[in-house]
Ligand binder design. Sequence first.
Ligand code: FAD
Length: 498
Amino acid sequence: NTSRQEEFDVVVVGGGPAGSTLGSLVAMQGHRVLLLEKETFPRYQIGESLLPSTIHGIGRLLGVTEDLAKAGFLQKHGGTFRWGANPTPWNFTFSVSPKIAGPTSFAYQVERSKFDKILLDNAVRKGVEVRQQCSVSDVIEDDGRVVGVNYVDAAGTERQAFARYVVDASGNTSRIYKRVGGNREYSEFFRSLALFGYFENGKRLPPPSFGNILCAAFPSGWFWYIPLSDTLTSVGAVVRREDAAKIQGDPEKALHDLIDECPLIQEYLADATRVTTGQYGQIRVRKDYSYHHTTFWRPGMALVGDAACFVDPVFSSGVHLATYSGLLAARSINTVLAGRLDEQPAFDEFEVRYRREYGVFYEFLMSFYDMHVDENSYFWQAKKVTRNSHTELESFVSLVAGMTSTDFELSDAESAAMRFKERSTEFADAVDNLVSQEQHNMAPLFKSSVVRQAMREGAQVQTRAQLGEYAGAEAPIFEGGLIASTDGMFWEAPSGSR
Ligand code: FAD
């Protein structure tokens, strides 16, 4: 027996970063948004190391910059890698050139329970109706279109909610993603398994790398070591899927055996104790976590975040792709609801941009794995890519760093825009410089031809968030494609194309 029929403009399924971003950006246009979340926040989630564009680009559009700054998260200025041919760890910083280092060339290492709650509370403030302990079981269709969802509310009552759009943001365990059509395709290359836990009093990198993520390759795979506070550290091993049996037997022993295989992590944890209580008390396992769905939307429905795709965690791309896809889909929905464009072009734009962002990370990550050499290891031998080029690698700079927007005074946005453009050139020069330094650890990763385009686009969200209309005109990314409106909330045809 279902209760009264409710109608909204959008129903969002899932209140993680993808769902709360999308819900907020649609509600900010005055639309009625219902967000249904299965759990009660704060809830645990993995994915703690973020990228600058999430904080300074989308965070700014959402209006959470100050909330995030006040939350006390550790600032992350880059990554430290024991990876490649070099036996000593090397650093990558978000400001590729000291000249363009600025107040936005950092991200945060976050406790996801806190971070996700900040975004969800913000969605409520922006007008989203958030209902927790509500689990969506299926979508409702009418005449080939998705028109709503069935869900069970906190009291255990089966209910329905109808909307012009249903957005699946319910993550990797989504129950409804298949209803978009197509298939979820798992990556053979990234077919891995992660085993992770939390430690108190692990060692810290010396300043200024104190807040960096540390990634260390070892024979069975690689470790992440993410400082979450002065004393708390998230530690995880990524290993072959074939090692699953070993791990499931006794995860505690398996984790310690892996730590013993990796001298750097062993050293960092020498005086540490594993947390055994609370949200961090368990050792957890995640398998087969790289996949993409073959279609991202159908009339009335779209997939965002992990419900749509996920690629290997080594470059902290998960929350970036989740929030970025939330922004792209929000633009499509806002555009159609405002009657500015038809559904097909508006959602095709979402899909093309999202797929490309995913694809660039995917390509880049394959080459990053290819870079590590260990001829005696099954794990690393399986990561040898047979192609001889490192395609699309330069985009690493924009992907990982985002554009450093430096010292904008927004009261003087026009001159800030000028300065930004000058700095963009410096940024491009800094990359050229890196490429020319053959001895630089990152040099092999910057040898592809598409650097300018990828850099410009990676920077656009952030530029627009910082400068609004002063950011200047964008170019479409494909023939006949759309561009973002100056406020970043809609799609529109480029001027002169109509
Ligand atoms: P989620 O964060 O999963 O949120 C989905 C929400 O939907 C949840 O709150 C869930 O309760 C809710 N939900 C589920 N089903 C239903 C339902 N039926 N009805 C209602 N609600 C529902 N990313 C990074 O950026 N940095 C990292 O360092 C990083 N490390 C990672 C390490 C590993 C081993 C893995 C596997 C992933 C890592 N990630 C990392 C990726 C990151 O965890 C995800 O990409 C990110 O959480 C995706 O956000 P989301 O909003 O799509 O989904």
